[in-house]
Design a protein around this ligand. Sequence first.
Ligand SMILES: Cc1cc2nc3c(=O)[nH]c(=O)nc-3n(C[C@H](O)[C@H](O)[C@H](O)COP(=O)(O)O)c2cc1C
Length: 247
Amino acid sequence: MMDYENLLSIAKERRSCRRFKPDSIPDDYVKKIIDMARWAPSGANSQPWEFIVVKKKDLRQKISQFVKDFISIYYKLEHTREPALRFPSLTGPVDKIGYEDAPVFIILCGDRRTIEAYPRYTAAEISEEILESSLANAFLYMQLAAGVLGLGSQWVSAVRMWYVQCLIRDLLGIPDEFVIYDMFVVGYPASKPKPRMVRNREEMVHEDFFDKDKLRSNAEIKEFISALRKGRTYSEMGSKRSSQIDS
Ligand SMILES: Cc1cc2nc3c(=O)[nH]c(=O)nc-3n(C[C@H](O)[C@H](O)[C@H](O)COP(=O)(O)O)c2cc1C
């Protein structure tokens, strides 16, 4: 059972970091992170991944600027939602993004041509989902590796937005056959992550059949999201559902 406990503590310690020290990290750590990703499961073992390791400061600054420009327009969308559900970090234009100082950005790309490896029925219907799931696995493995190396990492999805993606493709010369999945930002953490809310196992497990008593209402889902935004537990919000704060 010791192995399980070790694995669980690695999973618990893997946290998103959103502020980084500018200090560089050893190249060996970058190699180790990517080595780990190579072992991730992928659809039909297609291994669609390519890793663009961006260390040059001017390139990192340009990428950060593309994201800031994007947010400076699109933050307005957050204002179309009810206040409790808004993303606190996206309620206005941003001058500085937390990861701007991080020393390494890794753009994870996927080669769409590897879809050929899948059985025909999946290739016809769910190929994009399988490609994406495979890339997500690689990404998660990278996060786990960074965590045990004492580094912080952030999962940045904004690079996939069409505007940002086109600019990054042009900047880094990414061929059309490749999708940009997400950007893995890594460095030494400049702050400790806040405790996180984790749903309890009992409320999400269904024995043999879907237990309708556990079906969350629309209001409860909203309450849950609102609690997440505030970093609170359900019970602090007076809900009958349970959750735990984990740090
Ligand atoms: C598919 C996916 C996309 C994500 N995109 C972002 C992102 O764009 N920016 C960000 O800061 N975190 C992003 N995250 C990280 C989640 O917000 C984070 O994992 C979650 O809040 C739990 O916090 P933790 O990672 O510290 O446990 C993403 C995570 C996943 C799985």
